[in-house]
Write a protein that binds this ligand. Structure first.
Ligand code: AVJ
Length: 328
């Protein structure tokens, strides 16, 4: 196996850069202004997210680590129940939590191939080399690409039983209709007998949630503001990043954390690759991320509406986070 496959290196020039420029043009011309959190994860952004996961306030990583550590043998038994499988890790990042399962599967001598997928090439390169050191003998191949391109690639290149991992509450970034569409899309790439293990952050004390996205050290602020730095770097923007503040707010009825970048003053920003400038009124905001928190009945309804059957819900002792196994 080639240790790394990059689906984003297209022959026809800079498709990704053009997509990014078009996205920025559309989002900053929209009322109200918006940009997608999928563009957070360039090299510096992935490094900042890595730091977020180590913050005392960012509970999801620790909670999910507990769920997986405490239930690793039950989870591995479910995943490895039927012979050889492809283990596809969507949005793998540093795969800190997946590594617990990989070691458990290896100890059980399960026959599988590990395919981590992420839009960050840096993250996938680091993961490939760390896997070689930490889990020698593991059959793996990292894929650099977005969810859609990777699922297409998988369809064309890998046949046989599939187990999809979608950990870390990445599903939370989707609006409710989008998450249904995405789960249906995954379902359409699976056959009966295939499984999905999804990690989802649960509803809890609003203050706990708000603190996780507004940490004292300001790492989350830097992570959000990096989106403007990235536009400056890659699209030739002239954002005065100090002219914006990070502003997160939790809505306890919708169960959603929304993050914004708010312009402290009236300003115009020129972005070369878009060929135009964008006007900001004083205190005008760009919506940059939604992180939905779920209830257990909501999870069950979402799963059933997308054509999966619920197998088992694993939770930590405090009911902070759920990792749920479904089958196709
Ligand atoms: C990687 C999408 C799960 O929404 O909690 C962390 C990203 N944003 N802090 C999340 C994030 C701000 C994270 N996910």
């Amino acid at each position: 196996l080639d240790p790394l496959i990059n689906l984003t290196r297209k022959e026809n020039g800079n498709k990704d850069l053009t997509d990014f420029a078009n996205h920025v043009t559309a989002g900053l011309s929209h009322t109200p202004k918006k940009l997608s959190s999928r563009y957070f994860y360039d090299g510096p952004g992935s490094a900042l997210f890595q730091q977020i996961m180590e913050l005392p306030e960012y509970y999801p990583t620790r909670c999910e680590y507990e769920v997986i550590t405490e239930n690793k043998s039950a989870i591995a038994a479910h995943l490895a129940s039927e012979g050889f499988f492809h283990l596809i890790d969507l949005g793998a990042g540093d795969a800190l939590k997946t590594k617990i399962l990989l070691k458990e599967l290896q100890e059980r001598r399960a026959a599988f191939e590990y395919l981590p997928v992420d839009i960050s090439e840096d993250a996938m390169q680091q993961l490939s080399s760390s896997l070689e050191k930490e889990i020698p003998g593991l059959n793996h191949q990292a894929v650099v690409g977005d969810y859609n391109d990777s699922l297409e690639w998988l369809q064309q290149n890998k046949s046989g039983r599939k187990v999809i991992l979608f950990l870390g509450s990445n599903i939370g970034n989707f609006e409710h209709e989008e998450s249904l569409g995405f789960l249906r899309k995954i379902r359409s790439h699976l056959e009966p007998g295939d499984s999905l293990l999804m990690g989802i952050d649960l509803r809890k004390d609003p203050d706990t949630i708000l603190r996780a996205y507004n940490d004292f050290a300001g790492v989350t602020a830097a992570f959000n503001l990096n989106l403007l730095h990235r536009i400056n770097r890659e699209l030739g923007g002239n954002f005065d990043v100090n002219g914006f503040i990070h502003y997160p707010i939790y809505n306890p009825q919708e169960g959603v954390m929304r993050s914004y970048l708010v312009s402290k003053q009236e300003q115009d920003v020129y972005i070369q690759a878009t060929g135009r400038s964008f006007h900001f009124n004083a205190w005008e905001a760009i919506h940059t991320e939604s992180s939905y928190k779920y209830t257990l009945p909501q999870i069950q309804a979402m799963v059933e509406a997308s054509g999966f059957t619920l197998e088992t819900i694993f939770q930590d002792k405090e009911g902070c986070f759920a990792d749920v196994i479904f089958h196709a």
